[in-house]
Ligand binder design. Structure first.
Ligand code: ARG
Length: 269
């Protein structure tokens, strides 16, 4: 069982553009966003996971992308410091939620740090992205705060501005990723660490197929990523296609909407 934190897209809209997917000129349908988001939340519940909710704040249309609010490992919460001013007011809501929900080790990040958008926990290490949002110095801060080794990876394609748009952790030892989103150094690093990784095609990456959540067995991912759905099944996982087309207009999908809360060892979450 996993424990997730989500934010209902009650105020979802695309009012500004801070990534290439966002076009404020395109109409959005908040009702449909909510219905699609409820579908994802219901799937987690049907799979036996626990989902907590953080209240959406009016005027913060990107708040539905809960993955960006923090990184939580061993019951310790490192709360985001957003790169763009539009999202900075989200941090206090996360600080308040963690302190109000029994977390004793809560820190607001010192450097730009967009939570699980750029920090992906993979077994005993954290894979950390930078290049667009998260500051490299935030990688050292996370390594120190969590006491876990952090592997830095540099993103180069503005469409894949967060690590979780270009790489998915499938289980402690297995990942899938789109090499075209990374610098050559980072690609070499990934090849060395994960020689058997699932490699995503450009088409699956563009369908946001890597913005996926795995519980170690089921992999929830955008249904349009048909190639990845087949690859993941071949590797023994159970893929579940999800339609979050409305939320894609803000540049996010399954993983962006899902912040994983990892308890301290020996404690139920
Ligand atoms: N509009 C949001 C932004 O650009 C989308 C965030 C997506 N979240 C993610 N984990 N990649 O900040």
């Amino acid at each position: 069982m996993r424990h997730y934190l989500m934010v209902r897209p009650a105020h979802f809209d695309v009012e500004y553009s801070i990534n290439p997917w966002m076009d404020p000129g395109k109409p959005t349908d908040t009702r449909l966003a909510i219905t699609q988001w409820e579908g994802l939340r219901d799937l987690y519940l049907e799979l036996g996971h626990r989902v907590d909710l953080l209240d959406p704040v009016p005027g913060l249309p990107d708040m539905v992308y809960a993955a960006n609010g923090a990184t939580v490992v061993n019951g310790r919460a490192l709360v985001a410091r957003f790169h763009h001013r539009h999202r900075r007011p989200e941090s206090p809501a996360y600080l308040k939620w963690f302190t109000g929900n029994g977390y004793r080790d809560v820190r607001q990040a010192r450097w730009d740090n967009e939570g699980e958008g750029d920090f992906l926990v993979a077994g005993t290490r954290i894979l950390a992205g930078s290049g667009f949002r998260t500051d490299r110095r935030a990688h050292d801060e996370a390594a120190e705060f969590f006491g876990v080794p952090v592997v830095g990876l540099t993103l180069t394609d503005p469409r894949y501005y967060h690590l979780d748009t270009a790489l998915t952790v499938l289980d402690d030892d297995m990942i899938m990723y789109f090499p075209g989103a990374f610098t050559e150094d980072s690609r070499e690093r990934l090849e060395k660490l994960y020689p058997d990784a699932v490699i995503a095609s450009a088409a699956d990456a563009a369908a946001f197929g890597l913005n996926a959540v795995s519980d170690g067995r089921h992999v929830l991912l955008p249904q349009a990523a048909t190639g990845l759905i087949a690859r993941v099944r071949e590797r023994g996982f159970e893929p579940i296609g999800v339609d979050l087309s409305e939320l894609l207009k803000g540049g996010g999908s399954v993983k962006c909407c899902t912040l994983e809360l990892r308890p301290a060892p020996g404690r139920a979450s």
